[in-house]
Ligand binder design. Structure first.
Ligand code: PBG
Length: 308
């Protein structure tokens, strides 16, 4: 099955301020935007036929509780509100995690004594964050903290506040991966894969990941996810055949940077490479693909001669 532009979700990074369009050092051709300039970016993408976006907030002020992630009128909520007002037909997904907002860089609130995540408190603030995005108009919230019970807690909070129509996409099979390095620079989270081994799945132990998929579905996830994608095609295929649930795959930052750098170095033809990668992810069983190449694909598909 061939991929289609409608299967692709384009990630956008939002930073506080105005007039910002700042290149991301590790991800050529991608930018951090402020809420005003991201509207221009969305308009351009929308005109190219892209209609699904996932938003990541970059905190200006970080603290131990990651409070700017879920405070009243938080950055992502305000951005969603203005996007939905101007582009009501777009599907807006928001990432629900604290790692870009906490001073320690962990995906949650830590117990002072053990330095492990406090599950109850973390569930509480993740649900608060999700509710603030849903209330602002997000169509889908995507918990990515790999915390047990996160999907159920968010579903419960959304339902109790009149947002039963807001969908949940769980980053269910999310592996501790070296392919996230480029993203961590993008969101200014200085962390390496090993530090999240406690909760992200070990790539040699897929049972735990499959278990989280099962839990997320049971707790009401409308979409589940395998992440990364390109180096985890076997997991995508396995999850699809085993669960037959709507499935997204995240073609992550390192996978993007790899293809992009090779193209910049003249090692290979970028378009051919991107098409082969996306076709493989689709063929493995993904219904949706989060891809940093989305804008490139849209331009290539429009037939315009386009060099990124
Ligand atoms: C937040 C989050 C991460 C990514 C997406 N959401 C970083 C991480 O878990 O370390 C990585 C995405 C990418 O590499 O493109 N938890």
């Amino acid at each position: 099955m061939e991929f289609d532009l409608n299967d692709l979700i384009y990630p956008l990074f939002i930073k506080e301020g105005s007039g910002i369009r700042e290149p991301i050092e590790t991800m050529p051709n991608l930018y951090r935007h402020s809420p005003d300039t991201v509207i221009r970016e969305i308009k351009e993408c929308y005109d190219w036929g892209i209609n699904k976006f996932i938003l990541f907030g970059i905190a200006k002020i970080k603290d131990v509780n990651g409070s700017s992630a879920y405070s009243e009128g938080n950055l992502v909520a305000l951005t969603v509100q203005s996007i939905k007002k101007q582009f009501p037909k777009t599907t807006i997904i928001t990432d629900i995690c604290l790692c870009a907002y906490t001073s320690h860089g962990h995906c949650g609130i830590l117990d002072e004594a053990s330095f492990k995540r406090n599950e109850e408190l973390t569930q509480e603030v993740l649900s608060r964050m999700a509710l603030s995005h849903a209330a602002a108009g997000a169509d889908v919230v995507a918990p990515s903290a790999v915390l047990s019970g996160e999907v159920g807690a968010i579903r419960h909070r959304l339902d109790n506040n009149g947002f039963s129509d807001t969908a949940i996409m769980g980053y269910s099979a999310k592996f501790a991966s070296n392919f996230y390095g480029a993203f961590r620079v993008a969101v200014n989270s200085s962390f390496d894969a090993n530090q999240r081994r406690g909760y992200q799945h070990d790539y040699n132990q897929i049972d735990r990941a499959l278990c989280k998929v099962e839990q997320d579905i049971a707790q009401g996830a409308d979409i589940i996810m395998v992440k990364p994608a390109l180096s985890y095609l076997d997991i995508i295929a396995k999850v699809k055949t085993q669960f037959r649930h709507k499935l997204a795959a995240y073609n992550v930052s390192g996978e993007y940077a790899m293809v992009k750098s090779g193209a910049i170095e003249g090692i290979w033809n970028e378009q051919k490479m991107v098409y082969e990668v996306l076709a493989a992810i689709k063929r493995a069983g993904a219904d949706l693909i989060i891809s940093y190449h989305t804008k490139d694909v849209a331009r290539w598909q429009s037939g315009e001669k386009y060099v990124s």
